[in-house]
Design a protein around this ligand. Structure first.
Ligand code: SF4
Length: 486
């Protein structure tokens, strides 16, 4: 594939890539993902973000990112590693797959990425953001971290030196050699196994299943914390057969304690002529997997269910409650055991996580612009992006609005002069009807509705939507057919 005649600004600078094989006539082969693309000078690989420049393999997305975003660890289908921990999510551009339903197609399919949506970071800046905001987990996520390999490895190593845990959320279509480079620096692998059906992989994802399963076993054997999830696509992979195949794989190759997530699908990208996964099919899949012997099975993208909580598999004690993207752990000790019976509940904890800053009242309220947002339909989370345009440190405030508790405390986010910051506010209790955000008049801010987890919203809350009732997503227009896919 040839690079477009006029590369976008973010594609202009190539960074020396790892896992390069040099062939005759200045041709290179990339060994990062199992595709092993053979790339001629001036061309790029399937992912579009690795190219041949003058006979050398380069990364075109090194340090090019969507906005760094503070979220919670549950956003990444990680339920057994410091529940409720704040994470700094880093997403990039491109992907080694092209799933028909991709929930992140605006960034995973590099051809749709516009210069205005790209932010530039160095490894030092990423670590500095996490340290200043008291965040102990760096999450490599969204489109897919595989195609950001050089930036991930270099930044994760720096983060590790700063006492930060690294989380890798991926479809894991990656070579064994690349995994060996990740193992020393990544602590948590949250792996999205799209299906257990090889034909499904070829047809829907444009990849193949074998390296995904082998890679999952490879990191598990290396002693890493592993959680697996599968998107239950309506009428395609939301059946009992998929649940049984997933559970068999986890039981046979990993272990009954490995957390397994069945995730609700929403119509997106090229697959909009369908409906969200019926919740009862997800609940059935969970029951099937539990009956087969798995100890920790959860639903994803489902609120108002007890199937996101953790009970001790030995004594039945409630250990962790979760609501959407929030969690409260009260039945596990520092070593990850049930506090009632002492059974190992397969939790890992992080020592010294700072408590979030809060204030009971807004100081200098007349200097603040206050916006409120009420949850509606399936929109139960917001990204808030703020930039401190002043030359002095400043503070942004966020409060949960709950029925009968309208005067609750405010969370505090401290910003340096000139700093741009983005954070999630997700519905945390059944009686919470929305959030309020208070921003100094010297700051610029925007709100972005979040529809389901691990999705990076690229539209402002006020921008056009696919379906204003429920789905604040960018509309996919087929470049082939030139018409809306809705
Ligand atoms: S990462 Fe995969 S898709 Fe991209 S160039 Fe390398 S082998 Fe090809």
């Amino acid at each position: 594939m040839t690079l477009s005649a006029v590369p976008k600004k973010w594609q202009e600078v190539g960074y020396p890539a790892r896992l390069e094989e040099r062939l005759d006539d200045d041709v290179v082969r990339c060994h990062l993902s199992p595709r092993n693309c053979k790339i001629r000078p001036g061309q790029h690989g399937f992912c579009i973000v690795r190219a041949n420049r003058d006979g050398r393999l380069v990364s075109l997305n090194y340090g090019r990112s969507v906005h760094a975003t503070e979220e919670t660890i549950e956003t990444e289908a990680v339920f057994h590693y410091e529940p409720g921990a704040r994470i700094l999510s880093m997403g990039n551009i491109g992907c080694m797959l092209n799933c028909d339903y991709c929930h992140n197609w605006k960034t995973s399919q590099a051809r749709y990425v516009e210069d205005k949506d790209v932010y530039y970071y160095t490894p030092e800046e990423v670590v500095d953001i996490a340290v200043r905001h008291g965040i102990k987990v760096l999450s490599w996520t969204y489109n897919d971290p595989v195609v950001w390999h050089e930036f991930v490895v270099e930044t994760a190593r720096l983060a590790q030196q700063a006492g930060i845990v690294n989380l890798y959320k991926s479809a894991f279509f990656i070579s064994s050699e690349a995994i060996e480079e990740l193992i020393p620096v990544i602590d948590i692998f949250s792996i999205s196994i799209k299906s257990m059906d090889p034909k499904y992989y070829r047809k829907i994802t444009k990849g193949w299943i074998e390296p995904v399963l082998e890679g999952t076993e490879q990191v598990f054997r290396a002693g890493k914390h592993v959680e697996v999830s599968t998107l239950m696509v309506t009428n395609l992979s939301d059946d009992e057969k998929t649940a049984r195949a997933m559970a068999s794989f986890v039981l046979d190759k990993l272990g009954p304690q490995v957390p397994t997530h069945f995730v609700r699908f929403h119509p997106d990208y090229k697959m909009t002529d369908t409906i969200r996964t019926p919740v009862e099919r997800l609940e059935h899949a969970r029951r099937v997997a539990l009956d087969m012997g798995l100890q920790n099975v959860y639903l994803g993208n489902v609120y108002d269910t007890e199937s996101t909580n953790t009970w001790c598999h030995n004594c039945g004690e409630l250990l962790v409650t979760r609501y959407g993207l929030n969690a409260k752990a009260f039945g596990i000790d520092a070593g990850g055991h049930c506090t009632k019976c002492g059974t190992d509940a397969n939790f890992r904890r992080i020592a010294g996580v700072p408590a979030p800053k809060v204030v009971p009242e807004l100081p200098d309220a007349d200097q603040l612009d206050i916006a409120t947002f009420d949850w509606y339909g399936d929109v139960k989370a917001l990204h808030v992006q703020v930039r401190n345009d002043s030359s002095a440190p400043d503070r942004v405030y966020c409060r949960r609005n709950r029925r009968g508790h309208e005067r609750g405390e405010w969370g505090v986010i401290e910003l340096q002069p000139g700093e741009s910051y983005r954070f999630i506010a997700a519905k945390s209790t059944t009686d919470e009807h929305g959030v309020a955000v208070a921003v100094p008049k010297t700051c610029t801010s925007s709100l972005h509705q979040v529809f389901d987890r691990a999705h990076f919203p690229t539209l402002d809350a006020d921008a056009g939507t696919l379906n204003a009732d429920v789905t604040p997503l960018p509309l996919f227009v087929s470049p082939v057919r030139g018409k809306e896919q809705a």
